[in-house]
Design a protein around this ligand. Sequence first.
Ligand SMILES: Cc1cc2nc3c(=O)[nH]c(=O)nc-3n(C[C@H](O)[C@H](O)[C@H](O)COP(=O)(O)OP(=O)(O)OC[C@H]3O[C@@H](n4cnc5c(N)ncnc54)[C@H](O)[C@@H]3O)c2cc1C
Length: 297
Amino acid sequence: MDLKEMKELRIGEILENVSLKNYTTYHLETISRFMVFPRTIADLKTVLSYLKERKIPHKILGGGSNLIFKNPIYEGVLIHLKYFNKLEIIDNQVKVGAGYSFMRLSLKTANLGLSGLEFASGIPGTLGGAIFNNAGAYQSDIGYALLEATVLTPSLEIVTLKNKQMQFHYRTSFFKENPGYIILEGKFLLKPAKNTLLCEIIEDRKKRRLESQPLEWPSAGSVFRNPEQMPAWQVVEKLGYKGFSIGGATVSEKHANFIVNKKGATGNEIVTLIQRIQKDALEKLNIQLVLEQEIVE
Ligand SMILES: Cc1cc2nc3c(=O)[nH]c(=O)nc-3n(C[C@H](O)[C@H](O)[C@H](O)COP(=O)(O)OP(=O)(O)OC[C@H]3O[C@@H](n4cnc5c(N)ncnc54)[C@H](O)[C@@H]3O)c2cc1C
């Protein structure tokens, strides 16, 4: 892989040896060999064809709010969809690009008196990442609200998938099970409601998050899915990990299902801490803690 050759593709902005500190909510110092910012679907197809032909590792990067880059260097190309950020609202129909901020979408629709995305007001990242993970909170998730999505298939065809085809379940979707699909745009049909009421709900939840989550530190939200037996934070607390650190990675004192980066944590330190908790949970409590975050090698 070579910068000169990639530049010849004319696929928009390309960065080389990029620190992921500002591209991951954990503020990881991992260096990505390349990052590209395609401006159009044609650019995106060109870069994907190039990378696939040469078998170069690549990954779509949303807001980096669910990712742990394990190594100091990511030897591949991250594709950032910041230019896929168009928002179109006609009556209660909302069409929005995959690179659009999920939080901003929630706030904007609530202000316009459109209900259905209030749950998302505290979820960082992009629409694409939210669809991929079936992001959710307060007994709701994007699977309840999304009508359809336009996606690029692994053979680079553009298709529209209906809600049912996206197989949304607790923090998972068709996309998680079928890597290689790229979400380009989502379409919602929201319900008209009083905007003051929606904004009150959002304000109340913001207060609850600020009280219960360590939002003052870099993190990637909940580390583990809640197992059947008890909430994940309770498992971690029972095992005595509250406040425990490996290097710069610390189990939050405020919420034990958060690992926070207190002092230049590396991805490897976070992963080591996670694996240690998982091992203990299995051995001491017979509980399998499933990771909600994604480790990128
Ligand atoms: C403080 C905090 C609170 C959080 N609270 C919640 C919460 O309440 N509920 C919740 O569900 N999550 C929560 N999260 C986790 C995270 O914000 C969500 O999982 C979010 O939806 C991830 O979106 P992203 O754009 O950052 O995705 P990224 O982390 O960048 O990527 C996640 C995955 O999605 C893939 N992806 C991204 N965009 C696309 C695309 N366009 N097409 C195909 N694949 C794509 C990536 O390749 C990657 O595999 C929280 C995180 C933080 C930091």
